[in-house]
Write a protein that binds this ligand. Structure first.
Ligand code: RB5
Length: 160
């Protein structure tokens, strides 16, 4: 898989570990920085990674900042991006099964490396379930286009 990876200064150490893991597992890594502990603004890096994915130049993206949250908020502003902040294997798995997340957002400071390795592996391996979830993703795509213009509700609300 082609994986674009980026971090701010608070995620740069963990980014190194992630890049190593991905290469060891046979993925093609696009390391988009940052490359030092010097302070950078996370939206700039989020844009780089999100656009690689949105434009089809990478299959998936991984973003790391102090909490994973700022990167996630920024990446989700790019049309076509479904970025998910994951903090354990279950959130990683569900972000793939239900949300077809194409960008994984991680905290560089709140997760140990062993857990990060398990989160990353689960996230890369888990397929999207499709079905009712595909209908919901289609609504998210429409939301990107319509913004605050009202849309017609559709689909069953019984199954979760
Ligand atoms: C940067 O200081 C910090 O705000 C950033 O790494 C991240 O945690 C933002 O959500």
């Amino acid at each position: 898989m082609r994986v674009a990876v980026g971090s701010d200064h608070r995620g740069v150490r963990l980014k190194g570990t992630i890049v190593e893991l991905l290469r060891r597992w046979g993925h093609e890594v696009q390391d988009l920085g940052t490359h030092s502990a010097e302070s950078v603004d996370y939206p700039d890096v989020a844009q780089q990674v999100a656009c690689r994915v949105a434009q089809g130049e990478a299959d998936r993206g991984v973003l790391i900042c102090g909490t994973g949250l700022g990167m996630c908020i920024a990446a989700n502003k790019v049309a076509g991006i479904r970025a998910a902040p994951c903090h354990d294997e279950l959130t990683a798995e569900l972000s793939r099964r239900h949300n077809d997340a194409n960008v994984l957002c991680l905290s560089g400071e709140l997760l140990n490396e062993d857990l990060v390795s398990r989160i990353l592996q689960r996230w890369l391996e888990t397929p999207f379930e499709g079905g009712r979830h595909a209908r919901r993703l289609e609504k998210i795509t429409q939301l990107e286009q319509r913004g605050c213009q009202p849309s017609e509700p559709s689909g069953s609300s019984r199954s979760c």
